[in-house]
Design a protein around this ligand. Structure first.
Ligand code: FES
Ligand code: FES
Length: 152
């Protein structure tokens, strides 16, 4: 089937089955490999994108559920105010280790700050609890989110 999906401000014509996960389209059809495949079961957060600003696991989001929604991926999150602050704080705090989980972490953190500019520790833990980091960068992630919040 033919779908038109809005990603990072651009409309993409996609010919795929409606139950194809958005993650597959991003990576395999459009070559946007910044969004990562981890578990494929909504358990790790590596594939997180924004759907109308809401952090969403793209591995379990079929493209026929998207309608006219605006998708934002890691490739464009720096164009948003919250995303730019998060990315700067990530660099300042040297958050990244192997990096595999980090695009998903940044997408969840940016969605949090966009909806809640001054999150508490509990807010941060709630928003980030679905993003797994095998390198254990959780302490630096929390520090970076706080730094980004102070910059707003
Ligand atoms: S790949 Fe989607 S949550 Fe793990
Ligand atoms: S930085 Fe390696 S899995 Fe998170």
């Amino acid at each position: 089937m033919a779908f038109v999906i809005k990603i990072n401000g651009n409309a993409h014509a996609i010919d795929a089955d409606g139950d194809t996960p958005l993650l597959w389209v991003l990576r395999d059809v459009l070559g946007m490999t910044g969004t990562k495949f981890g578990c494929g079961m909504a358990l790790c957060g590596a594939c997180t994108v924004h759907v109308d600003g809401v952090a969403t696991r793209s591995c379990v989001t079929p493209i026929d559920s998207l309608g006219d929604s605006e998708i934002t991926t890691i490739e464009a999150i720096g164009m948003t105010a919250a995303g730019a602050r998060i990315q700067k704080a990530w660099l300042d705090r040297e958050v990244v280790q192997c990096g595999y989980c980090q695009s998903g972490q940044i997408m969840s953190a940016a969605a949090l700050l966009a909806s809640n500019p001054h999150p508490t520790d509990v807010d941060i833990d709630d928003a980030m609890s679905g993003n797994i980091c095998r390198c254990g960068t959780y302490v630096r992630i929390r520090e970076a989110i706080k730094e980004a919040a102070q910059a707003s």
